[in-house]
Design a protein around this ligand. Structure first.
Ligand SMILES: [Zn+2]
Length: 230
């Protein structure tokens, strides 16, 4: 008996693999070896989820491939909602402390400003995703084989660093510029690793960095335009 995943990849070389493991009985399970690189296709099958998360935080490319390509996660829209809310909350806290340092804003105004920040976060995230998609379309020679859903899901997952930004607020570090810069660098590197993990077009670091810089640029410009209106 094999795992029921239809399309899996070797997390080491990124090539397609027939399956992750073979299960001979309820207690005997043999991990598949990659025919290309000779390593175990996906060692994280046997890992505890905490160890996988730790490797993700350490920006391990293999851990990204496991989560994004082999784990078959569902409900990415929930992750998207969570990450956008985190980003909107950070923007809201920053704008409130900048515009009204003495907490002189009414509840109604506070609520309205949060909706403005939420709208800005939604649009910025959408622009980032669309920019990455357009780059894929421009660079690929086989646009009909482009897995749009996988790219969108992966980019959404790459924003998991937004949770760290909320933790910064909880720990009163959100006005410490070094922490803010570190979290932005973390999110940037996460998106680079996501592109390297899921796309054959961006396996090289240079290409992935260039793609994320371009998408981030569009995202920032959009954010500045929206901020100018509110
Ligand atoms: Zn391999």
């Amino acid at each position: 008996m094999t795992d029921d995943a239809k399309e899996v990849v070797c997390i080491n070389c990124g090539r397609a693999a027939p399956h992750l493991y073979q299960q001979y009985c309820s207690t005997v399970l043999k991990l598949t070896e990659c025919t290309h690189c000779g390593k175990v296709v996906d060692k994280y099958v046997e890992y505890d989820v905490v160890l996988v998360v730790l490797d993700l935080i350490l920006q391990d490319l293999c851990a990204y491939r496991h989560i994004l390509l082999n784990a078959k996660l569902k409900n990415y829209w929930r992750l998207a909602t969570l990450f956008v809310l985190c980003d909107a909350y950070y923007k809201w806290i920053e704008r409130r402390s900048a515009d009204f340092p003495n907490d002189s804003l009414l509840i109604y105004d506070l609520e309205w400003r949060f909706y403005q920040c939420l709208l800005q976060s939604v649009v910025e995230t959408a622009v980032f995703v669309v920019a990455i998609l357009i780059l894929h379309l421009v660079l690929t020679s086989q646009p009909d084989r482009l897995n749009t859903r996988q790219i969108v899901n992966s980019v959404i997952a790459g924003f998991y660093g937004n949770v760290l930004v909320v933790l910064a607020i909880v720990w009163q570090l959100h006005q410490t510029w070094s922490y803010v810069v570190l979290t932005q660098i973390f999110i940037f590197i996460s998106q680079v690793q996501v592109q390297r993990a899921v796309s054959a077009l961006f396996t090289s670091v240079g290409r992935a960095v260039a793609a994320v810089i371009i998408a981030t640029g569009f995202k920032r410009v959009t954010g500045m335009i929206i901020s100018a209106f509110f």
